[in-house]
Design a protein around this ligand. Sequence first.
Ligand code: PLP
Ligand code: COI
Length: 337
Amino acid sequence: MENLDWKNLGFGYSDTNSNIRCYYRDGKWGALEVSNSNQITMHMAATCLHYGQEAFEGLKAYRGKDGKIRVFRIEENARRMQSSARGILMPELPVETFKEGVFKAIKENEEYVPPYGSGASLYIRPLLIGVGPQIGVKPADEYLFMVFVMPVGPYFKEGFKPTDYVIYREYDRAAPQGTGNIKVGGNYAASLNAGIRAHNEGYSAVLYLDAREKKYLDECGPANFFGIKGNSYVTPKSQSILPSITNKSLRQLAKDMGMNVEERKVPVEELAEFSEAGACGTAAVLSPVRSVYDADKDIRYVYGDEPGEVCQKLYEKLINIQYGCEDDPYGWVTIVE
Ligand code: PLP
Ligand code: COI
């Protein structure tokens, strides 16, 4: 692993030593198994292939200055996967099994956890899929939970550099009462057309509006959105956005910095009132927004070429906790023993 170019890693798949698997059969979860294969075999009528019975998670492990490996708010991911499972009628995986699976995946691939100071981290991808056959639209009888990992760099290749976002009213990623608030594959399939168009037109991601009225901000394709207005951290409240663990953490850190936190409907036009804006998520960390272009109205909201002061402070506070460089007053971090 010594010759991996840690500092120049992008956000992409790469093979590691092994991954973790656990099957749900006959109404119960089996034991966690280690596999050296990056392939899975399943029935051609598996419900994940036909009817989208698929949920995933994303979290990261960070190597600290002290050499220790830390994961951030793992129980939140475990619980969100349970919520995703309930949303599309899959069995819930116990929180403890989720944690054990993640820890095992990290330990099996310890040498892939990037060194401190490289700016890289180990991305962890838990996955829950229906593998039992059905051809009527019904939930499967059998499920597979997996965890695989890979070292990654920044999600947006610019890293902590402001980038451009775009609003297109002709696409929705999730319906108002649909599955936007859980992490299921269908939401991401629905976002591909708009996301690739945005990339081709030079934007980092789409900033979606609420699907019902197209009046309020929802979130970005792979991350939540926030704006800074005076001394307030403003972030959309919506039933169709993913409850981001990073955003939840930033809200707490903003409060601790003496800011007001407003989680509410955010009208599109309010983009003009922010002094800074950001996208936040596990992969995106905190990615400052340089501009948002409303393509339908031909209006450009501009925040600047350099990260704003508040984004900078929040970003540093967050990564310092994640890498174990600062106190962790809320117990967000777990050391992988
Ligand atoms: N929104 C969407 C659609 C996402 O896919 C993600 C990534 O997980 C997020 C927001 C950020 O969530 P978190 O901070 O929990 O990673
Ligand atoms: C994450 O931030 O973990 C995500 O899942 C976002 C994206 C890679 C889908």
